[in-house]
Design a protein around this ligand. Structure first.
Ligand code: TXA
Ligand code: MG
Length: 316
């Protein structure tokens, strides 16, 4: 793993690494991000694996400008107004996913919405232009650690787990972006950050709703969102398939069934399974089965996050 000064050549190399499915840590004006090509589910899965996240939270998708953002999300007048006022900059807009949005479902945790941001940092912007693909990037810290504002922090958290850390000095703002839900008539603040509620109110002419707990610590993001929830009931640790059940398979073992089957990864690869999880739930749901029988997934690495997601789906 290497920390490299973010010159033109390093940025070009990092961009090809991203397109090849690799991970790149890069500076933004808020904090460092741990980026992957948002259109590749396997690359996004590798971000979750590196972060050690206990569950699949939706990630912010970074793009070079608002034109690219409009191809991925639906921009209502409210979103347009906020983008015009604060992009490039430390504001993340949650909008509906565009119909032909190329972003992997794992990056948006199976939601109908997508969080988009155009960062202002010149290195981030140059990287996004060179990469061409949209870049899903959570803050570049291990889950539960504080966000990284210097390349050295990223190195300390990830050691040899990521190939490239672009060093662009210290992040100016040092606080994550403000997250605003712009899908409704009124803006709703999902996370406080560098752009203030007052600035948003000034631009929109409406005081934003506050969709977090209002205290010093925003509510955990998972509480704010309802992830994709299958209509079908989910039965965990299935070792056989009942009449009328759909099978969410994992690995090479074949369970006897005449019903629909979706294999998350026939080779038993957890990264592939993570990348396919939401598509699998969705496609079995679409067959109309009442129950999705899920084969056991090993509780290691990304398996933990997959099992967390499945057990939430099963508890409803
Ligand atoms: O400043 C930042 O925002 C940094 C830099 C790297 O851009 N990124 C960052 O990402 O803080 P992360 O993954 O640590 O935080 C993403 C936030 C979470 O609170 C998540 O719940 C929210 O964005 N989010 C993402 N997609 C969402 C969606 N579709 N709906 C609602 N909230 C969403
Ligand atoms: Mg974070």
């Amino acid at each position: 793993m290497t920390v490299v000064p973010a010159n033109d050549q390093a940025i070009a190399e990092a961009a090809s690494r991203l397109r090849a499915g690799g991970l790149v840590a890069f500076p933004t004006e808020t904090v460092y991000g741990l980026g992957a090509d948002a259109t590749q589910g396997r690359a996004v899965a590798a971000v979750f694996a590196a972060k050690g996240r206990p569950q699949f939270n939706p990630l912010i998708v970074h793009v070079a400008d608002v034109e690219v953002a409009r191809r991925l999300g639906v921009f209502d007048p409210l979103a347009e107004k906020l983008a015009a006022a604060f992009w490039p900059g430390p504001l993340t807009l949650v909008v509906r996913r565009a119909e032909n949005c190329a972003v992997a479902e794992l990056a948006t945790a199976g939601l109908e919405t997508i969080a988009l941001r155009v960062p202002a940092h010149p290195v981030a912007n140059a990287l996004l232009r060179a990469a061409v693909v949209p870049v899903a990037a959570p803050s570049a810290n291990r889950s539960g650690h504080v966000s990284a504002t210097r390349a050295a922090h990223v190195l300390a958290d990830f050691g040899s787990d990521i190939a490239t850390i672009l060093d662009g000095g210290s992040a100016e703002v040092g606080l994550e972006s403000t997250v605003v839900d712009a899908t409704g008539a009124k803006p709703a603040l999902l996370r406080l950050g560098a752009v203030t509620a007052e600035q948003i109110a000034d631009v929109c002419g409406i005081v934003p709703d506050r969709a977090f707990d209002g205290g010093a610590h925003p509510a955990s993001p998972g509480q704010l969102l309802s992830h994709y929830a299958p209509r079908a009931a989910v039965r965990l640790n299935a070792s056989s398939v009942g009449q009328g059940e759909g099978l969410l398979a994992f690995g090479a073992a074949r369970l006897a069934t005449a019903g629909p089957v979706f294999n998350l990864s026939a080779s038993g690869n957890l990264g592939e399974a993570a990348a396919n999880l939401f598509a699998g739930l969705r496609s079995l749901d679409a067959t109309g089965v009442a129950v999705i029988a899920a084969m056991p997934i090993p509780q290691i690495g990304l398996g933990e996050a997959i099992n967390d997601r499945l057990s939430r789906a099963a508890r409803r």
